[in-house]
Ligand binder design. Sequence first.
Ligand code: URA
Length: 280
Amino acid sequence: MDAATRLRYLDAMGISLWQRRGAAAQSAMQSVPAAAPEHLSPKEHDPLDSALERAIAEPAPDFPVTSPERKAQTSPVPEPAGVSGMDWAELELSVKNCRQCGLCEERKQAVFGVGVQTAGLMVIGEGPGAEEDRQGYPFVGPAGKLLDAMLAAINHSRAPRGGEQGTYIANVVKCRPPKNRDPKPEESQACRPYLERQIALVQPRLIMAVGRVAAQNLLGSDEPLGRLRTGMHAYQLPEGGQSFPVLVTYHPAYLLRSPQDKRKAWEDLKRARSLLAESR
Ligand code: URA
């Protein structure tokens, strides 16, 4: 999608461009309440309702993790200042060798991202947990299984087969915060150029931020998740760069603890599905 089409799309959704925290005021972030889509009418039965209920009630089977081959470090670590011009291979190498914040001290490895690098849907989480730190891929623990089931219910996958659409998955911070604490502002700030470059390379038609930490970080907002998920947002790359529509939903780890909110997550997923279909 070119910039003009994206802007028309954002405009049609009533979204003003969001500016980064610290730039021209936080109040520039516009969160417009989404009109209740017709397909969420309680009377209407959507067969995917039961599909997701099944999918999220039973953990998804193991998925094949596909990602470009890991590269051994063969060149000097690029400076983060050059990140905005990197290609995928340079970016991954830079992340793997990053020492821009204290998180590098305790990580087993940095967790770059996984999935289809030209995907229409990009999922952004908070940061790696223990299992991700061990395996080197995002969302591979129990929450990852639920995330994959949620994506499958809207016909998306990090490793698409058959008619599935691709998804790219990344985190706000690429290294595991000790004891799974929230990333500190300076940590997510240090990691931000990597995420920005991933977004710029993927060119998603829709970003889905999962969980409060990812959503607040991405949008530079202090609003609670419950409020963020009812609006539609836009994420703008720095220096007046491109804008991308952002939808916010619950973190799958939260849904594992609070299954009563799965129904609301399913409504968010259906919104994502509609937005993706409309932006084709
Ligand atoms: N939670 C996240 O936010 N990201 C992961 O990669 C795993 C769990």
